[in-house]
Every structure is written in structure tokens, then in C-alpha cells.
Design a protein around this ligand. Sequence first.
Ligand code: SF4
Length: 223
Amino acid sequence: MNKPEVTPIDRPVLVPPGGHKKVLLHSCCAPCSGEVMEAMLASGIDYTIYFYNPNIHPLKEYELRKNENIAFAEKHGVPFIDADYDVDNWFERAKGMEYEPERGIRCTMCFDMRFERTALYAYEHGFPVITSSLGISRWKNMNQINDCGIRAAAKYPGIVYWDYNWRKGGGSARMIEISKREHFYQQEYCGCAYSLRDSNAHRRSQGREPIKIGVKYYGDEDS
Ligand code: SF4
């Protein structure tokens, strides 16, 4: 197992709810989870990554995000659970919400779906605490994410959602630093087919080229 490469900074010792040391971390991608992972490693928390993101479209983008997260987990010796890519289920649940804006009800559905599966896995595999990298992005509504996480955890006895604010104490800046250090892939839309469509429409309105999947990396000139 490789020795974890953790950014050498003074960090507070994090204590998950109930003083538990075992956590299931729902991860959406390497850039968002990099700082969360290093913060938990620095606090000696025993965690496993749970990658369940059937929202990500197309498959090429999904594979890029997932494989990069796997590589970073391996580098740190962190177990990685590669859950289903049940896209049909995701599209079914998104029906009627295709034109909802980001941070709206489609996103609530999307977080609910991902956290419900995470909480179920935690319940079945002895993880008392779940948390997520989703809230570290400044594009996301943290209250919306926390509500979904708490709701999912409440379905299973003994499971708690850890609503720690991973942005604070310099977390947001370190997320970018780590992404540049690791030269992570820089995704240019949230993830689903509808966010890709809407991001491209916005770019078109500004006379910009549509998103090209797999070409932009943190640390490159304009990132
Ligand atoms: S915009 Fe993002 S959070 Fe919202 S539904 Fe699409 S992938 Fe999920």
C-alpha cells in the first residue's frame, strides 16, 4: 500500500458523529473528494469510498470521473466500492424534470437517489456514518444536499449522515490545490444529460464552443 500523500498543513482533528471512526464516503468525482479524503486521512478516520453516480452522462464522462477517483483512492490505499451505473433507473426518476434548473427538484431527486443507495450499503455493511463530497463544490446548495443525506440516513436504524462543511477552514482552496497538484480531469458540467445540454446552451449564447469531454485538466493554462 502506498504511503498517503497528504498536503502538510495544520488541520483540526475531525470527529464523525457519535465519535465513530468508520465512515462511508459517497464520492462524486476525484476533484470534489480529494480534499475530503485527505482531511479524513489526516484525522485517522477509517473510510471507504462509495461511487454511485448513475446521473453522469455520457458513459465516457462517467468512466473518466470514476477511473480518476479509483486511481486517487488506490494512491491513498483507500477502499473503493464501484456501485451500479443504473442509468435507466436515473432517467426514469428524472422523468418530467428534464427542464428543471440546477439546484431544483431534479437535483433533489438526484441527491436522494445517490444517498439512498449509499445509506443502504452503509446499513448492510456496518458503516454507522455516511457523508459526501458533493457539498464541497461552491456550485451546489449545501442545505439541499444535507437535507437529502439526512433523509436517506433516517431510513436505516443506526445510520447517521455527517453534514460536515468540507468547504470551511480553507477546504475549498485546498480542493483546487489538490486538483492542480494531481492534474485531475476538470469536468465542465454537473453531470447529467440535462446539465450538459444546459451548459452547452449557455456557452452557445456566449459564442463559445460546446463542451469537449476529456480535454480539460486542472493546472492547464486557463483552468
Ligand atoms: S444538474 Fe447535477 S445534481 Fe442536478 S440532476 Fe443533473 S447531475 Fe444531478
